[in-house]
Ligand binder design. Sequence first.
Ligand code: SAH
Length: 214
Amino acid sequence: MRVDPRRSRERMVREQVEAGGVRDEAVLTAMLDVPRHLFVEEALAAKAYTDSPLPIGEGQTISKPYIVARMTEMLQVKPDMKVLEIGTGSGYQSAVLACMGADVYSVERIRSLHIRARELLFELRMFNVWFKLDDGTMGWPEEAPFDRVIVTAGGPQIPQPLIDQLADNGRMVIPVGTDRGTQRLVLVEKIEGEVTFTDELGVRFVDLVGEHGW
Ligand code: SAH
């Protein structure tokens, strides 16, 4: 049976994203537009629109659609904002942010994933994404400050360089957990230089491996 990816995405957005309470129109539109099936391993393309995380190679995973949408909504991204992403992985989250008109700076530590994501986004003509192969717990100091920071791997604490590189009135969304079983998604806000932390929900991400991670 042939599946129409656009129809699959409409269903995904209705039954997983909107049903989960995500209302931000810009997020919903981006999730409808980005061809998620191109970002997962080819053998799993048929499962790309199901309500589950999926392998993307190198022992890494792409989050389920609802979590991508929820994190993106929490970020409150507006066109032309400068967004730092740690953990490029497949490039799916970068593509969603790029579709919302952000300038995305994405760091990945595994070379094969970094290269594949860069090639795929080029093929999709998403030119407002810049990629770097490096330890993302150090941020991207040459490009700082960032209006938004999104981290899609979890470590024991929030890397200080990422807090330092967040612009004033900036927002960061990051999974944090001292114990791998109880990771929490934390919203970090910097308002007039003062940093606040809000615990949002329980999550399970792959390890943030690096200087300020595991
Ligand atoms: N956002 C991705 C999913 C990322 S999975 C997507 O949409 O597909 C988490 C990724 O974080 C993995 O690719 C992993 O290699 C990467 N990662 C883990 N620690 C990192 C670090 N210190 N710096 C950069 N990338 C890191």
